[in-house]
Design a protein around this ligand. Sequence first.
Ligand code: MG
Length: 395
Amino acid sequence: MSSDVQHIALLGATGSIGRSSLEVLKNLPDRFRVTYLTTHKNIDLLQQQIEEFHPRGVVVLDSWNASVIRKLVDNSVEVLAGEEGLLEIVRRDDVDIVISSLVGFAGLRPTVEAIRHGKDIALANKETLVVAGELIMSLVREHGVRLTPIDSEHSAILQCLRGEDLSNVAKLILTASGGPFLSTPKDRFASLTVEDALNHPNWKMGNKITIDSATLMNKGLEVIEAHWLFGLPAERIEVVIHPQSIIHSMVEFVDGSIKAQLGLPDMKIPIQYALTYPARSPMNGTRVDFPKLQTMTFFEPDRERFRCLQLAYDALETGGSAPAVLNAANEVAVHAFLEKKISFQQIPELIERALGKHTVRSRPELEDIIEVNHETRRYVESLVESTSVKNNTSR
Ligand code: MG
């Protein structure tokens, strides 16, 4: 038996999930102690977090900012830099659980390293399972670690599956808020701005996932994530639009019964469940008030207006390295949209071109996935450059 207190390395501590994770951990001091915090470059917030949580060490990905904070903090706090620093801390004996709330492909290598060193994973970084689901799940089995999802939909499904036999599951039903453009007609998509897209109706999140929610790529990535976590094929994973975001997802069983998990949209709930699973802990907060809520509505997603969702299903169907291409192309396209180099509707166009050009590799190893990621990024970046040159000259 290990000691009662579990030691946590929190990757991505200054992001939206990272900050919510610290609020959860603050309320469970008898169960968890934070030993490492990491940030890309937000050292102001990291410094406050160091003062409050007293980690043994921190990692700052950006080396200049790492050298700055080294001078600001007490000598008792070890400061490491770069991806090497991340890979170093997840190996250490004073880490039992790694919370991965890094954004995008950058989450893959630290998660693989952590699993290889026997750490349990609480996973908010869905891209890791999208690009390397087969590899990750086989490593999880090989090393006997526990991987619990923080994503609210997958947490909901995990909760619905408690006490159930997977063979009795007919299908998974992922709910989607539909994002800010749920009722925007297709002919307006060309003129949608970054500011429009960042204005999510229900969830306050980081920029990357907010744009992914506006294109519905977030739901597409979640379909792939659900496939790997729960082992169901694409045709038994459905998406339904539910703008109120009260039902976080559902499981339909072979007898026609459906279980749903409900709650107000607050990421602290799935974060805490991922850490305490299968137990629960009390949490204060506002509760669902049904008479006040009155109605919950549901729609079929429009895969024509939201091409990204269909592209994700197609990539899952193709399998092998295709989801890694989908993800890399999406990361570059979202970044280019945020930089105002491409339009909103060019996001799916670029992803489709990248998927069309790629020769699929089956059962990719880590090195293959890293290579495919680099190749795709280079290709889509070149497309972005030629597109933005065209956009500028046509003005
Ligand atoms: Mg989600």
